[in-house]
Design a protein around this ligand. Structure first.
Ligand SMILES: [Zn+2]
Length: 151
């Protein structure tokens, strides 16, 4: 189960599709179906896949079935991948250095999750004129390809 707030964000992504319900109670049913997802990553992936292949809004029952299947696959996957905890994504952080106050990137260094605090402190106390920022990005875990292939 994921938080209602997260599910609502994913629901919004479907709102441009044909036959997306205009009535609040029907929208709520769709949101509840999205909440079935075990993780945010699963919700994100299923909704992205739906948007990629469909022009019409899903029915709550269709979403539930997709999430049950994906949750099951996720559970099996959890036992296998220690890298991403089964989400299929790993979060990486980069310390980015820009030229002066511009947004032209001078240097980007990948930092370990345990170094994040240090990197943020460095970024908040720039040396010289260049400014720095810690950015995070989701990267597909290498195990994802394996999962997709076995789907
Ligand atoms: Zn993985």
């Amino acid at each position: 189960m994921i938080e209602s707030r997260i599910a609502a964000e994913q629901l919004q992504r479907l709102s441009g599709l044909d036959f997306f319900p205009k009535e609040k109670p029907a929208q709520k049913e769709l949101r509840l179906a999205i909440e079935v997802a075990n993780t945010e990553g699963i919700a994100e992936r299923i909704i992205s896949d739906w948007l990629r292949y469909n022009t019409g809004s899903p029915k709550p029952s269709e979403l539930r079935r997709l999430f049950y299947d994906e949750n099951e696959r996720h559970k099996q996957h959890l036992a296998e991948c220690g890298e991403c905890g089964g989400s299929g994504y790993i979060t990486i952080h980069k310390l980015v250095t820009y030229y002066g106050k511009s947004f032209r990137i001078k240097r980007a260094e990948t930092i370990g999750s345990d170094e994040r605090g240090i990197a943020e402190r460095i970024a908040s106390q720039p040396l010289g004129d260049d400014h720095q920022q810690v950015l995070s990005a989701a990267m597909e875990c290498s195990c994802r390809k394996v999962v997709a292939a076995s789907a």
